[in-house]
Design a protein around this ligand. Structure first.
Ligand code: G4P
Length: 524
């Protein structure tokens, strides 16, 4: 098979949701459709159980499990579909943000009773920044929840996306009878879902067949609602969806495997094949013959006796071949990989060749960091793997001066993995760790001890926010640096960062220095 054909067979996406909305359940049903797994319950939940939030070892263990489920591939209708797992836990939001740079589209799962929740809001914002095409799945229709139209309004308002239902529910909770497929004009009944029923064709909603199938009351309601949908919502076009301008919405119940097939069948039809990616130098298209790819995730081996890590490489163009030399751009070093792995459901397999849209796991002894590019020789740097401004900050103190080297190495490697961000104060050289969630502090301390033999403790800071700083006006920059000296630090790449103690201080600094630009992601 040629490269073009391989590309046209692939669709790589992520599922985005707030914890508990049904991401794991939906993933499992999709894998079942693809025959990648045989039985329900085979996908280990990658979510961090609520009860475990104070027990981070448990969390780490679960993260260990998540390596296997980081990428799940399955075949469906002669396509190769890759699902990239996105942790829902807020303390691992950065992992998820980065994974979203490696997908070409997303499915957003929303719990019909809870509506749009915080984590979903944050993640969709990141998708919207990149115009990632979004499909919405409203889950748990077998339970009482919000009114369909109210929910769509809420989605549009909170997620800032324009929606268009492609299926519409008949009742919900106890009264849930199924969905009407607005495009295929088919009624799919809930009670028949186990029989692989393809649905009853009802082209004319006025027909009596509808009353016979779902009862007069529900039929009248459905007619009114469908009329309203046609009046209120824009026509759906694949082009608008691909541009990120409109999101189709499906209703169903993942745990009952209901409404999932309708969505999957639409997904395979409309979701994009591997898309081009921007490097600093130029746009790279998947059909280019030469291999390019970027590392979006690094996962440490949980076993301290085996220090190696897995770097996840998203292939952007060309063919990735085993035992072939590639250029690691940042280190300007040729590397080849004898055991690259792909992931089919929970199985890892050594792979000989992989194509755009695929993710390969590369065993790594510390060469990679997040954002690294591999090519066949061209000097390229893929963009779009930003660090986000952290929300929690602590000073790190070395508590074992004999192990200073180990501490520094450990910190550096953990930062390369993207566990947290390290800043160094300009005034006094003190190190500050910044994270998205509080859990990472414990994770860092534990891993430094067990993997590097180094000890540290933390000291609280009164910092509220970090912003990366740029300024075109040299005079203004000089003045800023002088006046704000005590609030400045550099990140691991030497970029200048301003620390504000409160939202008010930040605002005042922005007002006092209008020529200085404050950035809240590292990519600008
Ligand atoms: P997550 O990965 O997004 O965190 O969610 P997950 O799939 O684990 O689902 C969270 C809970 O919601 C699970 O129940 C799951 O069974 C349930 N669920 C998923 N889809 C549906 C649905 O369509 N209807 C209903 N009623 N429930 C659904 P749990 O009790 O937390 O776990 P479990 O013991 O059932 O596994």
């Amino acid at each position: 098979m040629g490269l073009l054909e391989e590309i046209s067979k692939r669709k790589t996406f992520g599922i985005v949701s707030h914890p508990d909305a049904g991401k794991t359940t939906l993933t499992e049903k999709l894998l079942l459709f693809g025959g990648a797994i045989q039985v329900a319950g085979a996908v280990k939940s990658n979510k961090i159980k609520k009860s475990a939030t104070s027990d981070f070892m448990e969390i780490e263990k679960q993260r260990g499990i998540s390596v296997a489920t980081s990428v799940m591939g399955f075949e469906y209708k002669n396509l190769k579909i890759n699902i990239l797992d996105t942790p829902g836990h807020k303390d691992f939001a950065e992992d998820t943000f980065r994974t979203l740079t490696a997908v070409d589209s997303v499915i957003v799962v929303i719990d019909v009773a809870k509506g749009v929740e915080m984590q979903t809001e944050k993640l969709v914002k990141v998708c919207r920044m990149r115009q990632t095409p979004i499909i919405v799945f409203i889950n748990k229709m077998d339970r009482e929840g919000k009114d369909g139209f109210d929910l769509l309004d809420e989605i549009e308002l909170k997620l800032g996306i324009t929606v268009r239902p492609l299926t519409w529910p008949v009742g919900m909770g106890q009264r849930f009878q199924g969905v009407y497929n607005l495009y295929e004009k088919k009624l799919v009944l809930f009670k028949a879902h186990n029989k692989q029923d393809a649905g009853i064709e009802i082209t004319d909603l006025q027909s009596e067949e509808l009353d016979q199938q779902i009862g007069e009351e529900a039929a009248t309601e459905l007619r009114e609602e469908v009329h309203m949908i046609e009046e209120v919502y824009h026509e759906f076009t694949t082009e608008d969806y691909l541009n990120g301008d409109i999101s189709p919405v499906f209703f169903g119940s993942a745990v009952n495997n209901f409404g999932v097939k309708e969505m999957l069948d639409t997904f395979v039809e409309i979701a994009p094949n591997p898309l081009p990616r921007n490097a600093e130098e130029r746009e790279v298209r998947p059909e280019e013959e030469k291999l390019t790819g970027f590392v979006f995730k690094i996962h440490a081996n949980m076993d301290p006796r085996h220090r190696d890590r897995i770097a996840f490489l998203r292939i952007v163009s060309g063919t990735f071949n085993r035992n072939t030399n590639y250029l690691h751009i940042r280190q300007n070093k040729k590397m080849k990989f004898s055991n690259p792995t792909t992931f089919m459901a929970s199985k890892k397999e050594v792979v000989d060749a992989a194509y755009p849209g695929d993710v390969v796991g590369l065993y790594d002894s510390g060469n990679f960091k997040i954002g690294d590019t591999l090519t066949e020789g061209e000097n390229l740097h893929f963009k779009g793997i930003p660090s986000f401004s952290p929300e929690q900050f602590r000073y790190v103190n070395n508590t074992d001066p004999l192990k200073t080297k180990q501490l520094n190495k450990g910190l550096e490697q953990l930062m390369d993995e993207g566990v947290a961000q390290l800043f160094t104060k300009e005034m006094n050289g003190r190190k500050i760790v910044g994270t998205v969630g509080a859990l990472q502090f414990e994770v860092i301390q534990y891993r430094l001890k067990h993997e590097y033999g180094a000890s540290c403790d933390y000291e609280p800071t009164n910092l509220h926010k970090a912003a990366w700083i740029t300024c075109d006006n040299d005079v203004a920059m000089k003045e800023f640096r002088q006046r704000r000296k005590k609030d400045l630090a550099v990140d691991k790449d030497g970029k200048l960062v301003f620390f504000a103690e409160s939202a008010w201080v930040l605002k005042m600094a922005q007002e006092a220095h209008p020529d200085v630009v404050f950035h809240f992601t590292s990519e600008f």
